[in-house]
Design a protein around this ligand. Structure first.
Ligand SMILES: Cc1ncc(COP(=O)(O)O)c(C=O)c1O
Length: 415
């Protein structure tokens, strides 16, 4: 099979082929991608998430020291000494796992403390934690919205939000387009019991920021609630790293603040922060929470410390923003199309899947770790190389990356 003629979407369903036959055909596609060195997913790291990472080259077996530009660990808290120590202390005190679901014995004082810390950090009355951000979005939305209700979604919200809305009505509005949101709000007026507008604070593939001031104003004007997913904003946006509501001076004004604990906070898990009553409701109705073992205590221990680090070490966020501003200016000067990127995530929009794969191959060979984002993850005309920065990337490392991008960008006619 020539993988250049297909995309992953072609194998999601194949007429007349059962699941085993379909998997076999997909395996042939993957095997051809591998032969062409076009598969840049699941490369194995030997060091975890660090600005320069030791990576096993999937094609040669060689160990490469690669500048790592694909994590969401924006402040590199996964490796912060205080965060590591807090996790170790919790491991010693509470053991390796929670041992039970949260309602039936899996809740320790660390879990309760983390929920209180998150509620305070996010300026909400209360918070609930899940073992994944995907689970917290999907599990919460499934428990809240039914067939009498309506979710009004920005068309680029994360997959976990779309999956959480499968048993309710969905209306989409154009990405960050306030006229389109207003039309959706007007057209859905008086038709549903609850309307919930859901947006991401920072969009994971584009790095742009939701226009939260207008979104809250419009939604509340038309009687809808607002939920925001702060996955890529926590630790990054706002003077104190509290995220998009802080950035817009809207703390306490967003009805439901969701997020992950797995990106800027450097751990794993998700949270929902809201009123005390709504959080208590979710605790007893969300199947993803009720029927899933509580977060490992060492993760909760690390996360509590990570929140403190974000508050007590603002210089980390300052370094991140210095890197963002430097890198953005350089990419734009070189002539790359980075869409509306304004945070630590940079799409280099190329609009040609094959070129994206070739550029990622060349970056890999030059020890630059980036990921291709191609159809069906984004539309073909928006296929891209996705780059994300850390506070700890040095100027010298960023310059090395820019030099390589300059060479391959010219070679493939992108700039
Ligand atoms: C915007 C957004 N929301 C939710 C998630 C899911 O979070 P987690 O990785 O913690 O499951 C992600 C992660 O990929 C994300 O980018």
């Amino acid at each position: 099979m020539d993988s250049r003629l297909y995309s992953q979407a072609d194998f999601a369903s194949i007429e007349g082929k059962d699941i085993m036959e379909r998997a076999q055909i997909f395996a042939e596609f993957m095997s051809d991608l591998r032969e062409r060195h076009h598969l840049q997913y699941r490369r194995v790291s030997l060091t975890g998430s660090t600005p320069v990472m030791k990576v096993v080259d999937p094609y040669t077996g060689q160990i490469r020291d690669m500048i790592y530009l694909a994590s969401n660990d924006y402040l590199n808290l996964t490796h912060h000494p205080r965060v590591i120590k807090a996790g170790r202390d919790a491991l010693d005190k509470y053991g390796a796992g929670a041992g039970s679901v949260p309602l039936l014995g899996g809740t320790t004082d660390l879990h309760v403390g983390l929920e209180e810390d998150i509620a305070r950090f996010k300026g909400c009355e209360s918070a609930i934690i899940y073992t994944s951000g995907f689970g917290s979005n999907a599990g919460t939305l499934i428990s809240l919205l039914q067939k009498e209700d309506c979710a009004i979604l920005d068309m680029l919200v994360h997959a976990s939000i779309v999956d959480g809305c499968q048993s309710t009505n969905i209306r989409y509005f154009s990405h960050n387009d306030m006229a389109s949101l207003e039309r959706a709000l007007k057209r859905s007026q008086d038709k549903y019991r609850t309307r919930l507008v859901v947006v991401d604070g920072v969009y994971s593939m584009d790095g742009d920021i939701a226009r939260l001031d207008r979104i809250v104003e419009l939604s509340h004007h038309y009687g809808a609630y607002v939920m925001i997913d702060e996955a890529h904003a926590t630790g990054v946006l706002g003077e104190n790293g509290r995220g998009t509501p802080e950035h817009f001076n809207l703390e306490g004004k967003v009805d439901i603040v969701a997020g992950t604990l797995s990106k800027g906070l450097g751990g794993v898990g998700g949270f929902i922060a809201s009123s005390k009553a709504l959080v208590e409701y979710i605790r007893y109705y969300s199947r993803h929470y009720i029927f899933s073992t509580a977060m490992a205590p060492q993760v909760a221990g690390s996360l509590r410390e990570a929140l403190k680090v974000i508050e007590e070490e603002p210089e980390l966020r300052e370094k991140l923003w210095n890197n963002i501003n430097y890198f953005r200016k350089a990419l734009l000067t070189m002539g790359f199309n980075t869409g509306n990127a304004e945070t630590a995530i940079f799409p280099i929009i190329i609009g040609d899947d094959l070129k994206v794969k070739e550029i990622c191959r060349r970056c890999h060979e030059a020890n630059i770790y980036v990921n291709p984002v191609v159809y069906p993850a984004v539309s073909k005309k928006l296929s891209r190389v996705r780059i994300s920065l850390m506070a700890q990337h040095t100027r010298d490392q960023l310059d090395q990356v820019l030099d390589v991008l300059d060479i391959v960008g010219r070679e493939y006619g992108v700039i």
